[in-house]
Write a protein that binds this ligand. Structure first.
Ligand code: SAM
Length: 275
């Protein structure tokens, strides 16, 4: 198995996190419209919490183009997300965001393969009986931890995309997870560096027979330079009721704050496969 070099601390709070975490907050709140307990599986969980004011984040400064542009006077549609970020000394990763929203009978399993990140996550949730932290492979967990006994669940898949093979791994992981848990809500983040990998992902998902698939994308410029993060997207399976109606204003607000008015800038919600 390949060694994980990626450390999310360098990228925490960047534009990709802003899209992912704003969508995550919307999804959890939407799923909590029903009182039945909810299970969250975070397959690539990271360390759970990041300092933006020192260490790796200051070396890249990526957060300044992301959450740094939202902290002051956040647009109302992003307030629920931004209010979870108390200060640049503590940016919540996906497990901390989900945990902040969980109710008394909701449950979460976090998988993280990097031992140091998993250890940080364990410390964050030490003694928390509603959260399980597993230092294990997140792809393999899609087969092992699904379906949950709650029968209602959100599966967040957020691989590091260190190489383009991860688009193939994502399509395979979605197919495995969906076959085991057909009613589950799946949310997978992906980078848009060039269109070809993203198009192939959509083809693979459709060819796998997965139904009810929608994507949301923020594109900051024409994706012609594959060496840059030109945009990012999330692929949703079984999106909750009103997703396609309520996401456009969230995307528009993100693009308004995070975009630089470059050619090709766009915010899109697209249906990939019907119900
Ligand atoms: C993009 S980061 C996750 C960020 C996190 N989801 C968040 O939003 O705060 C990806 C994480 O996946 C971990 N990782 C890489 N390959 C993995 C695998 N096969 N299984 C589980 N974790 C993995 C990396 O160590 C890294 O911490």
């Amino acid at each position: 198995m390949a060694v994980v070099n990626y450390r999310h601390a360098y990228h925490a709070g960047n534009v990709g996190d802003c899209l992912k975490h704003a969508v995550l907050v919307w999804l959890i709140r939407a799923m909590q419209r029903k009182p039945a307990p909810l299970f969250v599986l975070d397959t690539h969980a990271g360390a759970g919490c990041y300092r933006l004011d020192e260490g790796p984040a200051t070396r890249t400064g990526e957060w300044r183009h992301g959450i740094g542009r939202l902290l002051h006077d956040p647009p109302p549609v992003l307030a629920a997300y931004v209010h979870l970020v108390q200060s640049p000394s503590s940016y919540p990763g996906s497990p901390a965001i989900a945990r902040a929203l969980m109710r008394g009978d909701d449950r979460m399993a976090c998988c993280e393969r990097h031992p140091e990140e998993a250890s940080a996550l364990r410390s964050l949730f030490h003694g928390d009986r509603q959260v399980g932290v597993h230092c294990r492979d997140g792809w393999e967990a899609l087969g092992a931890l699904l379906p949950p006994h709650e029968k209602r669940g959100l599966v967040l898949i957020d691989p590091p995309f260190e190489d383009t093979q991860e688009f193939t791994a994502l399509a395979q992981g979605l197919a495995i997870g969906w076959r085991r848990f057909r009613t589950g809500v799946f949310a997978a983040w992906y980078p848009i560096k060039q269109r070809a990998s993203v198009r192939q992902l959509m083809t693979d998902v459709r060819d796998g027979g997965i139904r009810d698939v929608v994507t949301v994308e923020l594109v900051f410029r024409e994706p012609v330079d594959p060496g840059r993060l030109n945009g990012c997207g999330m692929l949703l399976i079984n999106p909750p009721y009103r997703f396609e109606a309520e996401l456009p204003p969230i995307l528009a607000a993100l693009l308004d704050r995070l975009g630089n008015d470059e050619q090709g800038q766009a915010a899109e919600v697209r249906r990939i496969a019907d119900e």
